[in-house]
Structure formats: C-alpha cells, structure tokens
Ligand binder design. Structure first.
Ligand SMILES: [Zn+2]
Ligand SMILES: [Zn+2]
Ligand SMILES: [Zn+2]
Length: 224
C-alpha cells in the first residue's frame, strides 16, 4: 500500500492506534482499513491535543487569583512540571457553580502532569486539597436536549427538559421527571433495566455517562 506506519500501539478498550507519516497517508490508511475491516472494526481518527482537567469546588478565596497565579500555585504546591515550550499549560476557563457558589477550574496540562494528577485525583491549591477529574466537553442542545449539537442548529420543535414532551418546561404538569434521552434509548434498544426518572441534563443520566466515557476513550494525547 506504500504507507509508512510510524507506530502501532494497543490501548485500553481493545483499540489499536496506528501512526502514519502525514495526513495523506492517514487518509489512505483509513480508507483501506475501512474497506478491509468493514463492519468488524470501527476506524476513526482520534482527536489529539493536550489533556484537560477540571478542579472541582474551589473556594472563592482562590477565585481572587488570576490565571497565571493559579497555574503557578498549582505547580509549586503539587510538585508539577512547570512546562516550557510546546507544553502549553494554561487555565482554559473558570466558572462558578450556581448550586454551591464554588468555582470550577478547567486547565490544560502536559501529559506527564496529567498522569500524576489523575492518579492521585486531588490537587493542593491555597489552603485546601481539591478533587480533580479529566475534563471532556460535551455539547448538549438546550432545545431538544439531544447531544452533539447546539440549540442554534437544532431542527426539532423543542422538548421539555423535565418530561421530554413538546411543551415549555414552565407548562409542564408532570410531577416526576422523565429523561427524553433515556426514554429514546430504552425504546430504540429495547432496554428495560435503565433509570429514566431524571431531567434531561442530569449529570448522572446513563446516556450522558455513556457519552462521556466514549469521548474519554477517543481522545489521545500527543507526545511532545
Ligand atoms: Zn436539539
Ligand atoms: Zn414537561
Ligand atoms: Zn437520562
């Protein structure tokens, strides 16, 4: 086939990553693999980049620090690599969780730091130690509550977050929530043992958790 394979690496969940010299070869290989393997395997191009983490529930004291101060404090207090060229570690964004008034921080870190952070699952910042998790961004539509597109591109009429029917949430008369995504999944795959009694954007929704896990499996981090 005339393709220079630069690396073959087996990863978790039964996947194999094949490295090519450039994008043209990658496309050739992808097309050939797809043709050859047909339905037996899924062939996809992984997304690469630096890993992202989320620091959860940070005290508002720390919210006073600017992005550089946060990064500096994290590296100092946790013995992390400060990076350098090609290791663009940075705060991507911070937001306040309206439920508890605490701040969540999304950061991009280098691979070495990422491995250490995920292993311990905690980071010291200021006077406290915070929970940290891998961050994957998932797009959910605020119109129909489906995943993978935004409301501005939604082609549906709009569904209630609480019960999934086509009416405004304000007009909802259901007393118990019913998740539209879990209901659709249940009907589509004939699943009977799934929990559907939650609102469509519940972070414990089985559909959401499935998508998050799938995304995590897809992202590969570049070796720099
Ligand atoms: Zn939609
Ligand atoms: Zn409703
Ligand atoms: Zn659900």
């Amino acid at each position: 086939m005339g393709i220079g394979v630069t690396k073959v690496q087996e990863i978790k969940n039964g996947s194999i990553i094949i490295g090519c010299r450039d994008e043209i070869e990658r496309e050739k290989l992808r097309a050939a693999a797809k043709e050859e393997l047909k339905e037996k395997y899924k062939v996809e191009v992984p997304r690469v980049g630096l890993p992202k983490i989320k620091i959860v529930g940070v005290d508002t004291d720390e919210a006073e620090m600017n992005d550089n101060e946060i990064l500096k404090a994290l590296c100092n207090q946790n013995n992390l690599e400060t990076g350098g060229e090609g290791h663009e570690q940075k705060v991507i964004y911070k937001y306040i969780n309206k439920m508890n008034g605490k701040m969540n921080i999304i950061l991009q870190v280098n691979n070495k730091n990422f491995e250490e952070i995920i292993l311990t699952g905690r980071l010291n910042l200021g006077y406290r130690r915070y929970k940290v998790e891998e961050y994957v961004s998932i797009v959910q539509c605020f119109n129909c509550w489906g995943y993978g597109h935004m409301a501005s591109r939604c082609k549906k009429n709009g569904n209630c977050r609480k019960c999934g029917e086509e009416h405004k949430e304000k007009e909802c008369k259901e007393t118990e929530p019913i998740c539209i995504n879990c209901t659709n999944r249940m009907n589509k795959y004939n699943i009977t043992d799934t929990n559907i009694k939650h609102v469509a954007n519940d972070r414990k929704c089985p559909c959401y958790l499935k998508i998050i896990n799938k995304e995590k499996g897809k992202i590969r981090y570049e070796d720099i």
